[in-house]
Design a protein around this ligand. Structure first.
Ligand code: SF4
Length: 116
């Protein structure tokens, strides 16, 4: 997995503001998102709940998507965890959440077509 992909995901929200391309390639999207989670987890300090608890929950849901064992409930939970990240105390959680909001919006079909 390349650092390039992680950097691209890290820049999604900034690119969205600039009206640049913000869709991810569907191929390996969940493996790539999990790589981004791994990188982000290194910076989590544990001081606030939306980031400390939410990002690992998002990771679990991405793993379910990767093995195609997801329900509509997982998707609803994912949307809620992502939205909660707006309340994070610092840019680690806030930026992760903003980038995930762009992913949920622009790669909508990659998520919804796997839901049973
Ligand atoms: S958002 Fe910032 S303060 Fe909150 S747990 Fe993550 S790194 Fe710590």
């Amino acid at each position: 997995m390349s650092k390039e992909i992680v950097l691209k995901i890290q820049e999604l929200y900034e690119n969205w503001i600039k009206d640049d391309m913000t869709s991810l390639d569907s191929a390996n999207i969940f493996a790539n998102l999990l790589e981004y989670v791994e990188e982000t987890k290194k910076d989590i300090c544990g001081k606030c709940i939306p980031c400390r608890d939410g990002i690992p929950q998002i990771e679990n849901i991405f793993r379910n998507f990767e093995i195609e064992k997801v329900t509509k409930n997982d998707l609803v939970k994912l949307e809620n965890y992502v939205e909660n990240l707006r309340s994070s105390k610092c840019s680690v959680g806030i930026d992760f959440g903003k980038n995930m909001e762009v992913v949920l919006r622009n790669n909508f079909n990659d998520f919804y077509r796997k839901v049973r």
